[in-house]
Design a protein around this ligand. Structure first.
Ligand SMILES: Nc1ncnc2c1ncn2[C@@H]1O[C@H](COP(=O)(O)OP(=O)(O)OP(=O)(O)O)[C@@H](O)[C@H]1O
Ligand SMILES: [Mg+2]
Length: 451
């Protein structure tokens, strides 16, 4: 998958997600509006019901007057109608009646919501009753705009009572402090559900992107590895082929010196290929899940001497120097000989490889914490702090710009790390770019078999 395709997928998925989030928000808003409208309709209907009742009762008060002669009854009716709202409602009994009607109507709206009501009198220009209490406050006064009264003042639910006469008429205000909660209650499951699922999709999306990126990195590294590998194999194969051709040449086959020189070359190239195969085998070891160590007693000092002899040839070839400072009193540890040798070889090989001119390598040992510490220090190119985080990863190689001639697969240190861990040891790197590197190994004397 190319970088472009990945980005295209990320952008399309991001857009799709954004679109679906916006759509969901739009739907929730729409439903909210619808719920609000429906709720308001229900409350207004409830208020109409209450006022109908109140007016029926009011009319009952007028009924006896209808039996009087028309002129007289008309006069009395007008007089009655001009009365203030409190008289019209028949005092306290009237409010209690309104309250009981309201209670019934409001409770029908759902879970017994809290409510407050106020009766506003046009004649007194203020609330004359708030929640069953007489009160005389002007609607315009600042007092009437705080607390429950402010709720009543701004409530959208109000209805005229006794609207036939402007003098004695007033309005009934109903205030539901938890109006929004009541409306939201129906929406919460849908809103929470969509939030939850959207977050889940977002998390999965982010994780998928992360995995794609990681897989891409690994696959790029593997490609590099295969390219490197074929290149590394081609050179010795071509050299061996040339050497055998030359030996077969009649003028050379009779010359023993030349034949010996060519066979030496063949041998050398063969050893080089063996080294490469060894690397591939190390890679196979890394991929293996359960590692079985073949434990034996290993004398680290003897092993270091043997390996350094091998590496020393290359170091001497670059006019470098390898110093050993083997101070550990007890150099014997329990471990797998093949793996420990490979670990030491890899570290010494790196120390030499990444010291471009005359390597200056120091190897030291000492006994600490029931085990041995091995320090391999070079004065080579060093590793930046940023890169130190990655060098133990498989296939990772520091991009060395002008140092492209240093060959490698980026496998050595990842193998070292896995094997050191398998031996219950640890490895640490101290390095500064341009100054050199120091790899410090620790192996315990004994392997704890219960781990
Ligand atoms: N002593 C060192 N000095 C400077 N850089 C180092 C040193 N050791 C390792 N590195 C850096 O860490 C990288 C990883 O090292 P590692 O040994 O894993 O791979 P390699 O040497 O490139 O290849 P391989 O060991 O598989 O042949 C190297 O490519 C190099 O950039
Ligand atoms: Mg290496």
């Amino acid at each position: 998958m190319t970088k472009r395709t990945i980005w295209l997928i990320i952008i399309s998925m991001g857009l799709a997600l954004l679109g679906s989030i916006l759509l969901q928000m739009y739907w929730i808003r729409l439903t909210l509006r619808e719920q609000e409208n429906q709720f308001d309709r229900e409350v207004n209907q409830a208020l109409v019901g209450v006022i109908d009742e109140v007016e029926r009762r009011d009319n009952r008060n007028l009924e006896p007057l209808a039996d009087l002669p028309p002129a007289e009854s008309q006069k009395l009716i007008t007089e009655y109608m001009n009365k203030g709202i409190i008289e019209r409602l028949d005092g306290r009994a009237g409010f209690l009646f309104i309250d009981s009607l309201l209670k019934r109507a409001v409770h029908k709206l759902g879970n017994r919501p809290e409510y407050h009501y106020g009766i506003y009198s046009n004649r007194d220009s203020g609330f004359v009753v708030v929640d069953n209490f007489f009160t005389v406050t002007s609607l315009k006064s600042s007092l009437s705009r705080t607390g429950i009264k402010s709720g009543l003042y701004y409530t959208p639910y109000k209805i005229n009572i006794f609207d036939r006469s402007s003098q004695g008429s007033g309005r009934l205000f109903l205030y539901l402090p938890h109006r929004n909660q009541i409306i939201w209650k129906n929406l919460i499951p849908a809103a929470v559900g969509s939030l939850l699922f959207t977050s889940l999709i977002l998390v999965c999306f982010a994780y998928t992107i992360y995995i794609i990126q990681r897989q891409k990195k690994i696959s790029d590294m593997k490609n590099d590895f295969i390219n490197n590998m074929t290149h590394e194999f081609k050179t010795p194969i071509a050299t061996i082929s040339l050497a055998t051709d030359s030996i077969n040449n009649p003028s050379i086959i009779s010359n023993q010196d030349k034949v010996q020189r060519f066979t030496r070359i063949i041998k050398q190239e063969n050893a080089r290929m063996l080294g490469q195969v060894e690397k591939v085998l190390q890679l196979a070891q890394l991929e293996k899940r359960d590692l079985q160590l073949k434990l034996s007693e290993i004398n680290i000092h003897e092993l270091l001497q043997a390996i350094s002899e091998n590496v020393n040839l290359q170091i001497k070839g670059k006019k470098g120097d390898l110093k050993m400072n083997l101070e550990a009193k007890d150099p014997v540890i329990e471990g797998d000989l093949t793996h420990i040798s490979n670990i030491l070889y890899n570290l010494l090989d790196n120390a030499n490889k990444y010291s471009p001119d005359s390597p200056d390598i120091r190897v030291a040992t000492r006994n600490i914490h029931h085990g041995i510490e091995i320090s391999i220090e070079d004065k080579g190119i060093g590793i930046s702090r940023e890169n130190q985080k990655y060098i133990f990863e498989k296939f990772y190689r520091v991009s060395t710009g002008n140092l492209h001639d240093v060959k490698g697969f980026g496998l050595g240190l990842s193998y070292v790390k896995v094997m050191v861990d398998a031996h219950q040891g640890h490895i640490q790197v101290k390095s500064a770019l341009g100054k050199g590197s120091n790899f410090i190994l620790y192996f315990p004397k004994h392997q704890n078999k219960n781990l």
